[in-house]
Design a protein around this ligand. Structure first.
Ligand SMILES: *Cc1c(COP(=O)(O)O)cnc(C)c1O
Length: 355
């Protein structure tokens, strides 16, 4: 197996991680069956492991985080319902509007503080029973919060939101694409988060380094519904054990190492904070995502990112002057140091061009 573009320091996302040799070996040796018939032992094993790890009854392997969120929203609601979510969340921004286009649910965005919803704001947004209004049935949170820079919604905040959900008979769902990053950063068991939500999803394909897959986790009844919804969406896979096999290794071996990604993100962020013209809010750097702004250099992020690319560093432009970098397996301390050197050079060059 070879990386397609091996010369770049790729900081665009943790989704670019490749499977480990052990994962490839596990794929090769996986015991397989037809998962639509429930007969793939490797998938069954992964789903059991995931449920156990999250302290829930059952789990379901799906194709992607986006599918996991759609399956979960559809399994938690009926068409015409209203779902409260954080205004910057992935479901609202990056899932092609599937919550309305396919689930038929009205998203009700509320602005949070670094991704953390205020329970009072949530409570105020729950619709009273009234002939004119849709029924609010779901609250969605995101942890870690992607667009805020991988910020953590701490267990006590999840708990407070759960209390509101319970009092009003709503469900609380967590898009936990990177929930293990949150658990590792706070040095707590992931169940400290999951015990306060009704159901959740997490991604295998990000920092956990698997090539494909996410898991939806919840109680048995919910997962049974989710299995049917997955089938409606065309997500029933057959010998999916080839996807599940690396997932098992991820859950066994890849969680602890996320700490290295956090250390590298911190190193990167601190380096960036010393470069003139770049602004960064170090408070938001809690896990493996680093957001910074190049507006002070008088360039757009598109331009800045293309200059980095010419020098072998890949990043994602975000809005007009924002840049995102994400650390992951394969990015070592020396790559961060090299990236910082390149960023400094590019910044200097831009400033020289100005004067
Ligand atoms: C990446 C991500 C997703 C979607 O996952 P895909 O596998 O890319 O579809 C959903 N939610 C959050 C918070 C994410 O970061």
């Amino acid at each position: 197996m070879r990386r397609a573009r091996r010369d770049y320091i790729d900081l665009r996302s943790d989704t670019v991680t490749l499977p480990t040799e052990e994962m490839l070996e596990a794929i090769r040796n996986a015991e397989l069956g037809d998962d639509v018939y429930g007969e793939d032992p490797t998938v069954n094993r992964l789903e059991e492991m995931a449920a156990k790890k999250m302290g829930k009854e059952a789990a379901l392997l799906v194709t992607s985080g986006t599918q996991a969120n759609l399956v979960s929203v559809m399994s938690n609601t009926k068409r015409g319902d209203c779902a409260i979510l954080e205004a910057e969340c992935h479901i609202y921004h990056y899932e092609v509007g599937s919550i309305s286009a396919i689930a038929g649910v009205l998203p009700w965005p509320i602005k949070g503080e670094m991704g953390i919803l205020d329970p009072r704001d949530v409570e105020n947004a729950i619709k009273p029973k009234n002939i004119h209004l849709p029924e609010t049935t779901l609250i969605c949170i995101e942890n870690t919060h992607n667009r805020y820079g991988g910020t953590i919604v701490p267990p006590e905040s999840v708990k407070a939101l759960h209390k509101v959900a319970e009092e009003h008979g709503l469900r609380l769902y967590m898009d936990g694409a990177r929930i293990f990053n949150a658990a590792v950063a706070l040095k707590v068991d992931v169940r400290e988060f999951t015990r306060h939500v009704d159901n959740l999803m997490f991604c295998l394909s990000k920092g956990l380094s698997c090539p494909v897959g996410s898991l939806v986790v919840g109680d048995e009844e919910f997962i049974e519904r989710a299995r049917k919804v997955r089938k409606i969406l065309g997500g029933g896979m057959r010998q999916a054990g080839i996807i599940a096999a690396p997932g098992i290794i991820a859950l066994e071996k890849m969680i602890g190492r996320l700490e290295e990604d956090h250390k590298n993100a911190r190193l990167l962020a601190e380096g960036l904070s010393r470069i003139e013209g770049i602004s960064i809010d170090l408070k938001t750097v809690q896990t493996n995502i680093v957001l910074f702004d190049v507006g002070g250099l008088g360039v757009t992020s598109e331009r800045f990112v293309s200059m980095l690319r010419e020098r072998g560093v890949l990043a994602l432009p975000r809005e007009r002057t924002g840049v995102r970098m994400v650390t992951h397996r394969g990015i070592e301390r020396e790559h961060i140091e090299r990236a910082l050197t390149v960023i400094e050079e590019v910044s200097r060059e831009i400033k020289r061009g100005e004067t």
